[in-house]
Ligand binder design. Structure first.
Ligand SMILES: C=CC1=C(C)c2cc3[nH]c(cc4nc(cc5[nH]c(cc1n2)c(C)c5CCC(=O)O)C(CCC(=O)O)=C4C)c(C)c3C=C
Ligand SMILES: [Fe+2]
Length: 500
């Protein structure tokens, strides 16, 4: 059953500010952990609102402070908000702001009836082979997936149409090999139900909703089309008073969490009641002990299936992103991934598991450079060097999906065996593993005190900033330039790469 509609009982909890403060003090933020905060309010408001925020944050004001959470010690997110000026940095510096909404939990003795909602954000996947091309269109039409210069943004949709049609046959083959569609929706619904129960066990009664970025249940369609009105409607119908947004990506990337949050916040901005709803976003959670321990449990268990467990190479395989995301746009994804692997290996070492390990990136698409080393190349290299046993660990996603079930289990396994590796294993995705879901429940509870309603002043100023004459000029010259570029042999060659 759809998690959003699974409960007919209004979620509620009695929350006193002192309880919430205690919870927050237990979180990484409040205990002054070296790692970055897991929760933030207002990922998009950015620096523009720093002044107003700083006035409102009585307990958790640390942006620019001299304690151990300075930009150089923020775990994987080593981005100095003062030095880096880009879109990702806005997210990160705003992620450092943690505010208390004055009304609900302002005074220690205040007790409010809360109706808590949790919104799980995920990528979504085609449910049938027929859905594959339109799913790919949605994906490539996302300006956070194909990042065109401003002048060429109007080409986004025609380009997405072209690339999705070129890519569809290869993608369909992959989805056909795993049963004719993506398992993501079912798994995410199961995770939502499990999370609801885990929260209930901690006496936090919440409704858990699911919003997918590229397939049903869509995030944006939730407001635009009657058929998919359920998300917005449900949040309103259930009279949710406080919302925690939990992207199901352990590490932050512009292309995943960043994109989903951008869409969600644009929906909130356009809806008067949603823009007044206090919410907070768990930006990344790879650094949580519950997650690293759960991953270590899976690895430890899977190693036992080899005849010589301590001779097995632990092979972390992460979904890649184009290098330009990290090097030009300031995406913290690679740093967070490296930190994540380090933390999992530390946990394994504490259990006397000292295997060799390596990290590589899979699933590259298109003509640009992606994060290296590439999974396929490393597998061949390891085989050549005489590695005989290998345990693949998918690490950027917490559900089984096409890239675990087809790419790793079929393509990479075959390649590894051909390259001289004799013994192959793969760690399953976390799915509904109870220690993991329990930890997600803790992450939600820790994020509750930092919920804050969106300010609408930004949308007003954006509307004022729009210049129709400038826009028309850009469209005119952009079209001519695009036409010339599209005819160049280099560009024609580049499109072929989407088909391979
Ligand atoms: C952390 C996870 C992911 C990142 C980062 C990411 C970036 C990214 N992906 C593409 C292109 C494609 N991704 C596709 C499927 C897909 N991607 C992720 C996760 C991340 N993507 C998942 C979980 C899935 C599978 C969904 C499912 O149905 O099971 C696809 C479609 C499949 C295919 O044709 O290979 C494409 C295409 C880009 C370009 C990108 C970063 C810019
Ligand atoms: Fe992807």
């Amino acid at each position: 059953m759809d998690a959003a509609t699974s409960s007919h009982v209004l979620p509620h909890v009695k929350v006193s500010s002192s309880n919430l403060c205690n919870l927050n003090r237990k979180s990484s933020l409040c205990t002054q952990s070296k790692f970055f905060t897991t929760a933030s309010s207002h990922s998009n408001e950015g620096k523009r609102n720093l002044d107003s925020h700083s006035r409102e944050r009585p307990v958790l004001s640390w942006l620019g402070s001299s304690d151990n959470r300075s930009s150089s010690t923020l775990g994987g997110e080593l981005y100095n908000p003062v030095l880096k000026r880009n879109s990702a940095e806005k997210m990160i510096c705003s992620a450092g702001i943690c505010t208390y909404p004055g009304s609900a939990i302002g005074s220690p003795s205040h007790v409010t009836e809360e109706r808590i909602g949790v919104l799980l954000l995920n990528l979504g996947g085609p449910e049938t082979l027929h859905d594959v091309q339109p799913f790919l269109f949605n994906l490539f039409a996302d300006p956070d997936i194909i990042r065109l210069p401003r002048l060429f943004r109007f080409l986004q949709r025609p380009l997405a149409q072209l690339i999705s049609v070129l890519r569809a046959p290869k993608s369909k083959e992959g989805y056909a090999a795993i049963g004719g569609g993506s398992p993501l929706r079912k798994i995410t619904d199961d995770q939502a139900n499990a999370l609801k129960m885990a929260l209930e066990a901690k006496e936090v009664h919440a409704n858990v909703y699911v919003a997918m970025r590229y397939w049903r249940p869509f995030t944006e369609e939730a407001v635009k089309q009657a058929r998919f009105l359920h998300l917005c409607k449900a949040i309103k119908r259930d009279r949710i008073t406080r919302l925690v947004v939990l992207p199901l990506y352990p590490q932050y990337s512009i292309s995943t969490t960043g994109s989903s949050v951008r869409v969600l916040e644009s929906i909130f901005r356009k809806d008067a009641s949603l823009s007044r709803l206090p919410y907070s976003i768990v930006q990344s959670w790879y650094q949580r002990e519950g997650y690293t321990k759960s991953m270590a449990d899976l690895i430890e268990k899977e190693l036992q299936s080899f005849s010589k467990p301590n001779e097995v190479m632990i092979f972390f395989s992460a979904h890649g992103v184009p290098v330009s995301y990290v090097e030009d746009a300031g995406d913290p994804y690679r740093d967070q991934m490296e930190e994540c692997i380090y933390l999992i290996m530390q946990e394994l070492k504490s259990r006397q598991i000292n295997n060799d390990y390596t990290l590589a990136y899979q699933s590259r698409v298109g003509p640009v450079q992606w994060l290296k080393p590439y999974t396929d190349e490393v597998l061949v290299e390891l085989g050549r060097k005489g590695v005989k046993s290998l345990l693949a660990v998918p690490v950027s996603f917490v559900s089984e999906h096409i890239e675990t079930l087809e790419e790793i289990d079929m393509e990479y396994k075959e390649l590894a065996l051909e390259s001289g590796i004799e013994s192959w294993g793969r760690v399953p995705a976390l799915g509904c593993t109870s220690s993991f879901i329990t930890d997600l429940a803790d992450a939600v509870i820790e994020a509750l005190p930092s919920t804050k309603a969106m300010l609408t002043s930004k949308s007003i100023s954006e509307a004022v900033d729009f210049d129709p004459a400038g826009y028309a000029i850009k469209m005119f010259f952009g079209s001519i330039l695009a036409f010339v570029l599209l005819l160049s042999p280099k560009v024609i060659l580049a499109f072929r790469n989407y088909m391979l």
